[in-house]
Design a protein around this ligand. Sequence first.
Ligand code: HEM
Length: 470
Amino acid sequence: MAVEKLENTLPAATPPGPSMWGSWQVVRRWDKDRIGPIEEAFQEYGDFVFLNLPFMNLYLARDPDTVEDALVKRHRDFHKDRYYFFLKLVLGHGLLTSEDDYHLKQRRMLQPSFKRDRIRQYGQAMIEESAAISHDWRDGDTIDIYPEMMRLALNIVARTLFNSDVAGDTARVARALDTIMDMDTRFLHPLGPLMARLPLPGNQPLWDAVADLDEILYRMIAEHRAAGDQGDMLSMLLEARDADDGSQMSDQQVRDEAITLFLAGHETTAIALTWTWYLLSQNPEVEQRFHAELDAALGDRDPQAEDFPRLPYTYRVFQESMRLYPPVYMIGREAVRPTEIGGYQIPKNGMVVVSQYATHHDPKYFPDPERFDPDRWLPEYAESRPKFSYYPFGGGQRLCIGEHFAWMEGVLALATVGRRWKMRLRPGHQVGLDPRITLRPLGGMPMVVHARSASPTQAASDATGGESPA
Ligand code: HEM
């Protein structure tokens, strides 16, 4: 078996958990449902659970202190988990998949592309693309909002990353990534690394998709090198220099970073927006306050990037949506040496899974956790909670580099589309979860769209106004 032989010596002290048979039952169900069995394990055994499996020591954590230990305080003792091999096949050594000193060096090189003032410049593209997406909607149309939000986020990332109006290329990159991500269930299990290396016919679509990506990206890199600065992220990657030794990235490094940003930068935001429209449709009072804020702040114009601080309620709506439906709902880490988190020892190769979904639904931090209540994020409530009771963007060294980009994109897209439209779930549609690498909505999110006729004067008197979200 090509799976790395793992030490399976039990640590001196282990958190509570089921027997080996019970642990196997949790993992066996994981293929079909990556949330339910973990939730049940937490309910039965507490906040830190040990699953004793023949091929690995697996730990599940939802307690904020333990999460902070794994992601921040003891981060040097961990690498990404072994299932990242799948992403490495596609992303090479991009930011998401690299480790240690190399990761740090790359992170320093990329950081300037994500400074706040830089992101404000991307705001215009975010607004224009958001206005364009709903341009052809008609009052009363039924539209699956999930692929619409995917298209929106994809257009935004293509413009900000590649300055791309080459719709054909963007669509080809998206298709290749779709093919790859749809193969996750083929590889995300213990025999996955072995299967990926075998010349099986079922693997061919993966290699074809990677070859397609390479062809497009290397061509874009060559064109950008020839044309000079285009004001996009790809130009910044080509210009970036290491602060210590002044070195620049090779074409392959730029390719790996660009495809990483393309992949990491669209599905997550699209999912967050999809769930937000759903939650607004189910909570008319929240929706009313959201509209009131938009009408008061914007009247009958589209937002500008500068309006971002004037939309605090919209920000809280997006924040609360990512609490209930965190697009990245769990993060895996593997110990590279024996370590200790949450008061327990973790042996080398022990795998720790921290679950945003579980922490974000814990009534200890979020009373009545299923209730959609953006006011939980008013400073007087938010400040009393531990930092890692909410971590949709992860934390520590590996904190999402696109976090500010995502907040800006989410708030501006909600404001631009929400100013014109409100949505109602298609009658009879059963909403469900499809937890893959991200937390997709099962069967999409069909919505009936209704054109809004704003009444700014009335709205101004209802609006919350005043606070700054950032
Ligand atoms: C709502 C939107 C988003 C969510 C929920 C999200 C979530 C996350 C999370 C949880 C991680 C950490 C993974 C780990 O620790 O293993 C991460 C990393 C990352 N994200 Fe995001 N992300 C979002 C948007 C974006 C955007 C817009 C970009 C780029 C344009 C981006 C680029 C990245 C990259 C490159 C990393 C790896 C960072 C590193 O390891 O240094 N993300 N993201």
